[in-house]
Design a protein around this ligand. Structure first.
Ligand code: ADP
Ligand code: MG
Ligand code: MG
Length: 204
């Protein structure tokens, strides 16, 4: 794997397409166990990300990931904005100093992103948050020599689906206690879109 600026641009475009076409779906998931704005938050944020990264020039992956982070932080809002902002900021920092990103560095970047999200949200895996997708993905990378697009997508999908059966301990859904069981976590679904978009980029 060699992640270059052009790949990150395509990654964000594909993630945005998935989010835009599933905006109503994300909203309905958040209506069930939250306040019903996740689709809107993510659609607004990722459209701004695409606008930003396609109208700017970048010489390295770190700079573009930093712009992704800052845009998500300022445009998404809610709980998910600062958390996604943190994830991309940690990735940006982890890949500083190289033009493109090889697999070991990407693995470290995702690990740092997970640590950052955990710290910022004071959450752990199994609490029905986006971490339930991010952490299994980070674990998958730890056990690989190179990135396998199909495995990345299927790991993220299974992890997302598994949030349905557990009780929320963090975020708005935690107020519902056991009534949160039986519903997918909206942030895990949007995280799945982000990783499946990356898998598509790596497959090309
Ligand atoms: P809000 O809940 O403020 O309306 P969103 O609806 O945009 O924000 O995002 C909700 C998602 O954010 C949840 O589905 C969950 O995945 C994620 N989330 C909420 N709180 C946390 C947390 N403390 N740690 C990690 N992720 C969280
Ligand atoms: Mg919400
Ligand atoms: Mg909200």
């Amino acid at each position: 794997m060699e992640l270059q600026v052009k790949h990150v641009i395509t990654w964000m475009e594909k993630a945005n397409e998935k989010i835009q076409s599933n905006k109503e779906y994300l909203t309905s998931l958040d209506q069930a166990i939250g306040d019903g704005d996740h689709g809107l938050n993510m659609a607004r944020g990722f459209q701004e990300v695409v606008n930003k990264v396609t109208e700017s020039d970048y010489t390295n992956v770190s700079d573009i990931l930093k712009d992704v982070s800052m845009t998500l932080l300022s445009k998404v809002g809610g709980a998910s904005g600062p958390l996604y902002g943190t994830a991309f900021l940690k990735m940006s920092t982890a890949v500083k100093g190289t033009e493109s990103v090889d697999f070991p560095r990407f693995r470290t970047a995702v690990e740092e992103a997970v640590n950052g999200v955990k710290q910022r949200g004071k959450a752990n895996q199994g609490e029905k948050t986006m971490l339930d997708v991010w952490e299994p993905v980070a674990e998958l990378l730890q056990n690989q020599e190179d990135l396998e697009a199909e495995e990345l997508a299927s790991t993220a999908r299974k992890a997302m689906e598994a949030t349905k059966d557990i009780e929320a301990k963090k975020g708005r859904a935690a107020y519902l206690k056991e009534r949160s069981i039986g519903h997918l976590d909206p942030g895990s679904v949007s995280s799945y879109y982000i990783f499946s978009a990356l898998a598509e980029v790596l497959d090309e």
